[in-house]
Write a protein that binds this ligand. Structure first.
Ligand SMILES: *Cc1c(COP(=O)(O)O)cnc(C)c1O
Length: 410
């Protein structure tokens, strides 16, 4: 065994990690030549497919120019071009782009900007409102905003209190709770339409729109964590579009570079920028990470946005949604499954498990079954989801759903 400590891995129970030599479209190719179909976009990041030729070429091109430079007091073309393009395609009302390097940091930045906004305006609004089952990252601040459970029990003493809204299974209850919590709160943070790590839970655009309206009425900032939902996952470029919602802060990461390199961005409104704009240095937004706006990552993201403009990505996403729906249909009538659901390119269903003791074990056992069938799926407990790169073909999707149909016997 090597000395590597893998993420979200219980090394006392997990099989040895599979060595991957190559990526190709929707496929991962192992050192021994075995091919694994990537049904979860390598943890939700790969949008167009692995090793997309245009993204790889843009990265190669940038490596001949500039690898890295301090971003305080300096700038560079890839970051400038990317910011211009992001502001062009983002929901209306956003005017500034702050770069960081992961989804978690993009959320930390949004939370800090929200708190800074109120402090710099001389108002004491510090409470954060968040949804039940939310996931916003694994740093201390983002864990505090996310759902509490076995994953963060050890760190509980360090997590700050947030006001928690019930998941909008019953939207009226969620909205009533928000009416109570929004007055005097600094910000509401939500994953628009799709709660990913919380179990691929979906809710409607009318609820998202109503939550935004309540925030507006109480002057509470609205943070859209589109780290997962951004870049086409829910069927539109951003999930907020489906609700016609313009957030005060927008967090982007996973699909920003097409999944090729780590990069994140937090987009903010003029009001939030201006609250930090002052000759008083104490009002500075005090945040940076070493690799803020790394030029190679920005070049990859810039090319990704060009690709969105020049290739029929939206058509591909619509076709993928339709293919997913067709394959889900037989499972809707299958008594072994419940909550069969889809939003855009993402499909999910819950395997009914009678023995709750078995439940804790269901995820890893299912994953082993899928890998034996040549498919990478990583269920969340008994929730199986299919979140593939957009290049996946009908025949490849068939392979995934055949493995799902087989999983009950296994
Ligand atoms: C994955 C995820 C994050 C955290 O992103 P990292 O890049 O893993 O830090 C935050 N919010 C949501 C909604 C996510 O799905």
């Amino acid at each position: 065994m090597s000395g590597i400590w893998h993420p979200f891995t219980q090394h006392a129970l997990a099989p040895a990690p599979l060595p991957v030599a190559k990526g190709e479209g929707a496929w991962l190719i192992l050192n021994d030549g075995r091919r694994i179909l990537d049904g979860i976009s390598s943890w939700w990041v790969t949008t167009h497919g692995h090793n997309h030729p245009r993204l790889m070429a843009a990265i190669r091109e940038q490596t001949g120019r500039l690898d890295q430079v301090i971003f305080a007091g300096f700038t560079h073309q890839p970051a400038e071009d990317l910011a211009t393009e992001l502001l062009r395609i983002a929901p209306p009302g956003l005017s500034h782009v702050f770069y960081s390097d992961s989804g978690s940091t993009s959320v930390e930045v949004a939370l800090k900007m929200a708190l800074g906004f109120w402090r710099n305006r001389g108002e004491t609004r510090t409470r954060i409102v968040a949804l039940e089952h939310a996931y916003h990252g694994d740093t201390i601040g983002t864990m505090a905003a996310g759902a509490r459970g076995v994953f963060n029990a050890a760190y509980e003493p360090l997590l700050f209190e947030v006001a928690r809204l019930p998941f909008p299974a019953d939207p009226a209850a969620t909205l009533a709770a928000l009416e109570r919590e929004a007055p005097g709160a600094a910000a509401l943070i939500v994953e628009p339409l799709l709660l990913g790590a919380g179990g691929m839970l979906m809710y409607g655009p009318e609820t998202l729109r109503a939550m935004k309206a309540i925030c507006e009425r109480h002057g509470t900032l609205f943070i859209a964590d589109e780290v997962l939902t951004g870049f086409g996952r829910t069927g539109t470029l951003f999930a907020c579009e489906q609700a016609g919602v313009a957030p005060d802060l927008l967090c982007l990461a996973k699909g920003l570079t097409g999944g090729a390199l780590p990069l994140a961005a937090t987009l903010a409104t003029p009001a939030i920028f201006e609250a930090h704009y002052s000759t008083d240095r104490r009002k500075t937004f005090f945040h940076s990470s070493s690799y803020t706006a790394n030029p190679i990552a920005c070049a990859a993201a810039r090319e990704n946005l060009l690709l969105w403009r020049e290739e029929p990505v939206r058509e591909r996403i619509a076709a993928l949604g339709k293919m997913q729906e067709e394959r889900l249909a037989p499972f809707r009538a299958d008594p072994r499954f419940a909550n069969v659901r889809r939003l855009g390119t993402v499909a999910a269903l819950d395997l009914k498990v009678s023995d709750p003791g078995y439940l804790a074990d269901a995820g890893p056992r299912l994953m082993a079954h899928f890998l034996a069938a040549g498919v990478l799926l990583r269920p969340l407990g008994n929730t199986i989801y299919v979140l593939p790169p957009y290049c996946i073909t009908a025949a490849e999707l068939d392979m995934i759903y055949a493995a799902i149909a087989d999983c009950v016997q296994a």
